[in-house]
Design a protein around this ligand. Structure first.
Ligand code: ADP
Ligand code: MG
Length: 631
């Protein structure tokens, strides 16, 4: 069985990576590869960078997060550039707790989990290797063995700056086990693992009355006090708090702001001075990234409390808003569905899209820009063309609300509604209307929505529905044309030939008979009327198209069906108008005749083969579009 082989390979790999040697031998390693001795923050940053950085539209895309986090490129870029990067360079932000602030289910925990899993992997690579004093419960940095007075010289020679003092436990071990011979102290390579509690910790507050600071900083081991004679013997102490275990890596502090203050004070000293107090010992040095997360209202009430003032400056807040791009939102749902027990369900095309449209609309802020509305803004954010606006406008829109997306519907809510829509249906197949219906019904049960929001949300559902009606009609109409693209193209070529002849006052030649013809005014008008071009405006519209064609030609580009958005729309509408009656009669006929039946089967087959429907959803779509066309 392959899986057993894989397990075996993993174990062998682990053995191959293992290393232990004396401190003297360790110094040889870092002479060659000083990166081995980097700080926790620097390791995290290098890990993120190592996954690759792509520049797109002068925006940096960090691929480290790319597989799990969608549509948050800006927030991630800010997180890396304003926290991880300067922290890696030992700038002051490193001494602060990183607090991810954002709305519920907006991806905060996912980001933290990716960092944890990433570190586990990275510590198994050459670039990310970590070494520690062997047998130390805190995997202490071996360089702490170098006495303070020699560190400046060490820096000169090795280029590595050492921070922190040897811990009380290892100070004692150095004396007792190694008779003070630093060079003999054993060092080993360690591998981060949350399960084994190496370099990765998680702290989540429980009942404040019963929670013990020991969870964070370890505790006295009463069973061994008798042996060592005193509580202040470090061997009688268990350095097994989350802060201890996370040394060299990272600690996640869940619900930090819900936590009792005394816990926060420990963090204050740790982040500020790089050490914390445990038991009766001198301060213990630790080097770790501390990440916490919270929502906006919790954060506001935290900073409004005077008692917390000293902590404010020790925290760096990074907003993690909801994604605001419809197509990225679809990817989020796809991912969540794949990870759920709904993975086998057929989800009809556009079902996730309408949900995404709804969600994004609930998150967007109204713009004051002239001629802008929420739907246009949504399209622009998603990179679509909107008549009259361009990329500069998008930048301006974003500047209107520096942190947009801190409110609205969360992805988990949508997934829950999809799942309850599935439960209700007899067949494991759901379509866009099922999803919209379920979203709407859910609003009544959603306790935290104000009645004002609810009214807006109902309106967004209606907007999403209209978008869907449009998409559904187009899809069916396309499926009715034998080869849609080709028909559209030939209709357009025909139109352009006529426009050219009209503008140049030429004649056309009939391809069959060779006879000279005047431009076909009726054909041209029948297309132009589709997009509301009046008799008076037709001349300038036609001339504009000719100019566009020659501009394309000058650049060596081909003017085609996709080059002119309004023209494309006109062609499409014309094709559909010609078809409308056929589609209408065929889809709504209760007792289709033989030829209608044949057509329906053809269309269904095309929907299944080319557009991703199954037979249930294709039939549902036809019925729905039939009812739309007969309204
Ligand atoms: N921008 C996003 N990209 C990818 N997945 C997301 C995004 N936002 C939320 N999710 C998904 O939504 C769910 C909830 O996210 P989570 O990280 O637990 O949120 P939080 O910790 O902010 O409450 C997860 O399944 C997560 O993968
Ligand atoms: Mg969370």
């Amino acid at each position: 069985m392959d899986i057993l082989n894989r397990v075996k390979n993993y174990r062998e790999e682990e053995n191959r990576l293992k290393w232990e040697g004396t401190f003297a031998e360790y110094l040889e390693i870092i002479k060659d590869r000083p990166e081995v001795a980097q700080t926790a923050h620097s390791r995290v940053y290098n890990m993120i960078k190592a996954a690759g950085v792509e520049e797109r539209n002068s925006r940096k895309m960090y691929q480290f997060f790319g597989e799990e986090i969608f549509g948050l490129e800006e927030a991630i870029e800010r997180l890396v550039e304003e926290y991880f990067h300067p922290a890696a360079k030992r700038l002051d932000v490193r001494k602060r707790i990183l607090l991810l602030m954002g709305p519920v289910s907006g991806g905060k925990s996912t980001i933290v989990t990716m960092l944890k899993r990433g570190l586990e992997q990275y510590s198994r690579t050459d670039e990310g290797a970590v070494y520690a004093i062997k047998g130390c419960p805190m995997h202490e940095d071996p360089l702490h063995l170098i006495p303070h007075h020699l560190r400046e010289e060490f820096h000169q020679e090795y280029g590595i700056r050492i921070e922190g003092s040897l811990s009380p436990l290892n100070t004692m071990r150095l004396e007792k086990e190694y008779s003070g011979c630093v060079e003999d102290v054993m060092v080993e390579r360690i591998f981060f693992s949350e399960d084994k509690r190496v370099g990765i910790g998680t702290f989540s507050p429980s009942d404040p009355k019963s929670q013990d600071i020991a969870d964070l900083t370890g505790s006295i081991d009463f069973s061994t006090i008798a042996e060592y004679g005193s509580e202040s013997d470090p061997r009688a102490y268990r350095f097994d708090g989350e802060l201890n275990k996370a040394n060299r890596g990272m600690m996640e502090f869940q619900e930090m702001l819900k936590c009792d203050e005394k816990f926060l004070w420990h963090l204050l000293s740790l982040t500020q001075e790089g050490n914390f107090k445990a038991g009766r010992f001198a301060l213990i040095s630790a080097d770790e990234l501390i990440v916490a997360h919270t929502n906006e209202s919790e954060y506001r009430s935290f900073i409004s409390n005077k008692k917390n003032e000293a902590l404010h400056s020790r925290i760096i807040v990074m907003p993690i808003p909801y994604n605001l791009r419809v197509s990225e939102e679809e990817r989020i749902y796809e991912k969540m569905i794949k990870q759920s027990d709904m993975a086998h369900v057929h989800i009809a095309p556009h079902a996730l899209r309408v949900a995404a449209i709804f969600s994004v609309l609930t998150r967007l802020e109204d713009s004051k820009k002239q001629g802008m509305d929420l739907l246009k803004k949504m399209r622009l954010y998603d990179g679509e063309n909107v008549e009259g606006f361009n990329q500069v406008d998008v930048e301006e829109l974003k500047k209107e609300f520096p942190v947009e997306g801190m409110n609205g519907i969360d992805p988990r809510y949508v997934i829950n509604r999809i799942s309850s829509a599935i439960i209700r249906k007899e067949v494991p197949s759901i379509n866009a209307l099922d999803v919209l219906r379920s979203l709407k019904e859910g609003l009544d049960q959603h306790a935290s929505i104000s009645s004002e929001d609810k009214e807006n949300y109902m309106n967004y559902i209606a907007i999403a529905r209209r978008e869907y009606d449009d998409i559904a009609k187009k899809e069916v109409q396309k499926a009715f044309v034998y080869s849609y693209e080709e028909s559209a193209k030939s209709l357009m070529d025909n139109y352009l030939d006529n426009v050219e002849a009209y503008c140049n006052k030429n004649k056309l030649r009939d391809p069959l008979t060779g006879e000279e013809l005047n431009p076909d005014e009726k054909l041209m008008r029948s297309i132009e009327e589709q997009i509301g071009i009046s008799e008076n405006a037709k001349k300038s519209f036609r001339e504009e198209i000719l100019i566009r064609i020659s501009a394309y030609a000058r650049k060596g580009k081909r003017f085609d069906y996709n080059s002119h958005e309004r023209l494309r729309e006109a062609i499409q509408k014309k094709l559909f108008a010609d078809l409308k009656d056929v589609v209408k009669i065929t889809t709504s006929s209760k007792t289709p005749d033989e030829s209608q039946l044949k057509k329906i089967n053809e269309v269904i087959a095309r929907l299944i083969d080319e557009h991703g429907y199954n037979s249930v959803s294709a039939n549902e779509l036809l019925r729905y579009v039939g009812s739309l066309l007969n309204r």
